[in-house]
Design a protein around this ligand. Structure first.
Ligand code: UDX
Length: 440
């Protein structure tokens, strides 16, 4: 099939290359000419494991190309809208200007029989509104909403092997045709027996925000337990293991620590609350405000813990920070808890030296006043304390004995509960973590 993908960020670029991998002829379009230039020459504008290889094969097959002009999308049977829906400045609500601009421009090339497919995360009600516009301007064309659940760091795998497909389709005679087209696009995924939920627009839109809210709630739940553990001397890691054995609860997303960040969970729960307010159902989601509060408190607590460990003052102290990305295997620093803590420490007088395997260039643009190092050892030279804030594998596997030789003081704060505490303590480190008892 001939497909267009509008918006080539994490979602769109990976979707475009993955659809070419499935055998389709795909054009990826983005208004950012520099990004298009990179992608067209097989280089990735962001760090995503496995993506560069996929991009190279897809470009090499001749089935994938990129362009900066939306006219390139003309003649495609399906147009995927993958643009961002960031949080509005000064408000909780999602900013839909990019989605609206993309649909508006697509209406110029759309032909009867073609399908527009929204993949961006939008407030419930958006698809129904946009569908009216599409049908009015191009009778015979249709709109479907097909949310994407990819995780950064696993974007390729999640796109090619999703755990479910959700189609929000028109509830009239055009719905069946839309479903058939989507089945054709995703034929190998459907054939693999992937669960498929075919539903109305509102449900499809809500599946995405409900899923992200649930994940955020799980993380904040365990972080609330961490606060209690800190107050009582209990151990949140063992607590998570013990409750996680109950498969109604499950151990996934119960890692206590600095909490969630990134380009999705924080803004999605806020946009969901804002939309609930508009719908007169704000009470239903007031718990998400608490989820957000618990999450933000972890960052403050981490700074306080660092101050406590550094004998009550951050002033002039050399602090090595390991990790800046919002999670490992990503260079994304959007609302990163790690970078937030590093910046707070620096602003409160510490001399922070930050290292991250992938995110340093992004950090330098946002926080030029922080010092950066290429390796953990370099960052930790002469440090009064080491903070692990993003649990990259290379940090988890540090040898505490050798690492102990470069620092000034063997104090480690594990912001992700990711280090082997016994090993670090055996090597003479004082170990502190969120939600766990102190070293004896
Ligand atoms: C998320 C959803 O998982 C994905 O389905 C959706 O499509 C987009 O949003 P992503 O933003 O890539 O994906 O990150 P995710 O893996 O969900 O992690 C989010 C944040 O939660 C990270 O900052 C991570 O460090 C944190 N986290 C995750 C925890 O603090 N504890 C956990 O147990 C799990």
């Amino acid at each position: 099939m001939k497909l267009s993908v509008i918006g080539c960020g994490y979602l769109g670029a990976v979707h475009a290359a993955s659809m070419a991998e499935l055998g389709h002829e795909v054009v990826g379009v983005d208004v950012d000419a520099a990004k298009i230039e990179l992608l067209a020459t097989g280089r990735t504008p962001f760090f995503e494991p496995g993506f560069e290889e996929l991009l190279t094969t897809s470009l090499g097959s001749g089935r994938l190309r990129f362009g900066a002009d939306l006219a390139e999308a003309a003649g495609c049977q399906i147009h995927f809208v993958c643009v961002g829906t960031p949080q509005k400045r000064g408000e909780y609500a999602a900013d839909l200007q990019y989605v609206e601009a993309a649909i508006e421009s697509l209406l110029g090339v759309l032909q009867p029989g073609e399908l527009l497919v929204g993949k961006s995360t939008v407030p419930v009600g958006t698809a129904a509104r946009l569908s009216e516009l599409v049908v009015e301007k191009v009778p015979g064309a249709a709109l479907a909403w097909n949310p994407e659940f990819l995780r950064e760091g696993f974007a390729v795998q999640d796109t090619l092997h999703p755990d479910r497909l959700v189609y929000g389709i028109p509830q009239d005679e055009t719905g069946a045709a839309a479903e058939a087209l989507l089945d054709e696009v995703y034929a190998p995924i459907v054939a693999a027996g992937t669960p498929k939920v075919v539903t109305d627009y509102a449900t499809a839109e809500m599946v995405k925000t409900a899923a992200n809210s649930f994940l955020a709630m799980k993380i904040s739940f365990i972080n609330a337990m961490a606060e209690l553990c800190e107050a009582t001397g209990a151990d949140v890691k063992q607590l998570a293991d013990a409750i996680g054995y109950d498969d109604r609860i499950g151990r996934k997303f119960l890692n206590a620590g600095l909490g969630f960040g990134g380009g999705c969970l924080p803004k999605d729960i806020r946009a969901f609350m804002a939309r609930a307010g508009e719908l007169g159902a704000d009470q239903a989601l007031t718990f998400l405000r608490e989820v957000d509060n618990i999450n933000m408190r972890r960052r403050i607590r981490m700074v306080e813990l660092a101050r406590e460990v550094l004998d009550g003052s951050l002033l002039g102290k050399r602090v090595a920070v390991l990790g800046a990305a919002f999670k490992p295997e990503s260079d994304d620093i959007r609302d990163s808890p790690a970078l937030n803590v590093a910046a707070q420490l620096q602003l409160q007088g510490a001399n922070v030296v930050l290292t991250d395997p992938a995110a340093i260039e992004n950090c330098k643009r946002q926080w030029p006043q922080i010092d950066y190092a290429d390796t953990a050892e370099e960052a930790a030279k002469g440090a009064d304390a080491v903070l692990l804030l993003t649990e990259w594998k290379q940090f988890r596997e540090l040898d505490p004995v050798a690492f102990g030789r470069v620092v000034r003081q063997k104090r480690v704060l594990d912001g992700r509960n990711a280090l082997d505490r016994d090993k670090w303590e055996a090597a003479g480190w004082s170990y502190r973590a969120l939600g766990r008892r102190h070293s004896s």
